[in-house]
Design a protein around this ligand. Structure first.
Ligand SMILES: *Cc1c(COP(=O)(O)O)cnc(C)c1O
Length: 397
């Protein structure tokens, strides 16, 4: 390694350490269940996984993954259009499309890839892309790659600002309006009914990244679009298979047949990068089927959200309001959030603190996520830890 450059890296890392914002990875030695064992911290109740439905180690999901590996081996050693698509990819894509009510779907190795594959492919010269300022980093990067399109950002969930941006563009120009379905740091939902109405008025094409909504929101877990009664009214849906739907990896774009065929022709990760491993495609397919056949998973997750929110409120915490499984508690400075997270871990509760630059300066937070994997005993243990740590830090009386 170039010595002077390596020294510069070390200096930069040192300043993160002295600011108290240096992140460390913790190593888990067990599957992602309600509790895990960590090499560095022992056993802990998990409140910071996106394993919303507890499917990450569901026996059917695991068995399907093993079956996928046995049937197809590790992979095709090729990109998809050359000789890299297995029948399991098509089966999974058909299932996603039918689950979400779109004509077709296309998988990528992650939703990061799906967003950065989709956006620059469609947001070409003569189009505009209008993006919520709190959208996920993968959307931001996708927009950055769309160098030929007009790129605009509207204030978070501010429909008047969105409308003024749309109204200032030529009426006939295709305008991609892109938003998270559930905002990952706030836990709030995009105002999809208003967005759909604005899209109608201004020749908008709606894109919703429902990574935190798919499998979680809506009566049957089909996401924020179902939650708002808008099934069939959103043009393009992206999402991840790495959260509620099995938790391994993988992402998708769902939309019209013409859109998906366009991505197969032109989307760069599709043309130049390998497909989702067959074992993951197979386990994700099993996860969707399990969600469809076991409505108890969603019912339990919603019961847990209610119980934990009520418990936090009775202790004197004031989490941000919301309908999703994300329960953020704003604590102030980044270093404070990290300290609180460390103290909770010592009490056997794994919940991550988020600070700048992931969230604005001064709005650092502890982000709790509710899963149907958690039993009431886990929630009670977590609430006891929040009570102790909250008092020690002077957050509650
Ligand atoms: C988590 C998340 C992603 C990234 O998903 P991966 O499949 O892990 O790449 C993209 N968009 C949103 C809104 C997310 O919450």
């Amino acid at each position: 390694m170039n010595q002077s450059y390596d020294r510069k890296l070390k200096t930069d890392l040192e300043s993160l350490r002295s600011a108290g914002t240096h992140k460390v990875l913790r190593h888990i030695t067990t599957p992602m269940e309600a509790t895990v064992h960590m090499e560095e911290a022992g056993d802990a109740v998990v409140l910071s996984s996106n394993n919303y439905l507890g499917l990450a180690d569901d026996p059917k999901v695991v068995a399907a993954g093993i079956d996928g590996l046995k049937r197809f081996g590790a992979g095709t050693a090729s990109v998809r259009f050359i000789c890299g698509t297995f029948s399991i990819h098509r089966d999974l894509e058909d299932e996603i499309a039918s689950f979400l009510g779109t004509e077709r779907a296309l998988t990528y190795v992650s939703c990061w890839n799906a967003n950065t594959g989709l956006i620059p492919t469609i947001a070409v010269e003569g189009t505009a892309i209008v993006s919520d300022e709190l959208n996920h980093a993968s959307i931001i990067d996708g927009c950055r790659m769309a160098t030929q399109a007009q790129r605009l950002r509207y204030r978070h969930a501010d429909m008047a600002d969105l409308e003024s941006k749309l109204a200032a563009l030529p009426p006939d120009m295709p305008k991609f309006i892109i938003t998270d379905g559930v905002f990952s740091m706030e836990g709030d939902l995009a105002k999809l009914p208003e967005i759909v109405a604005l899209a109608k008025r201004y020749n908008g094409v709606t894109i919703v990244d429902d990574s935190h909504g798919t499998g979680v929101m809506g009566t049957t877990g089909r996401g924020t679009i179902e939650h708002h009664g808008l099934t069939g009214h959103i043009d393009i849906i992206t999402g991840t298979l790495g959260k509620a739907l099995g938790g391994a990896a993988g992402g998708f774009v769902a939309g019209s047949a013409a859109l998906i065929d366009t991505l197969i022709q032109k989307s760069r990760p599709m043309l130049f990068s390998n497909a989702l491993p067959a074992t993951v495609a197979s386990s994700a397919l099993a996860a969707i089927r399990e969600l469809e056949s076991n409505p108890g998973l969603l019912a339990k997750q919603r019961q847990n959200i209610k119980y934990f929110r009520a418990g936090l409120a009775s202790l004197g915490f004031k989490p941000l309001d919301g309908e999703s499984a994300i329960i953020p508690i704003i604590v102030g400075e980044t270093a404070f959030a990290i300290k609180m997270s460390d103290m909770l871990l010592k009490e056997g509760v794994f919940v991550t603190g988020f600070g700048f630059p992931v969230v604005p300066e001064g709005a650092a937070r502890i982000r709790v996520q509710m899963s149907s994997a958690l039993e009431q005993s886990h929630l009670d243990k977590a609430l006891a830890a929040f009570k102790k740590v909250g008092r020690e830090l002077g957050l509650i009386k």
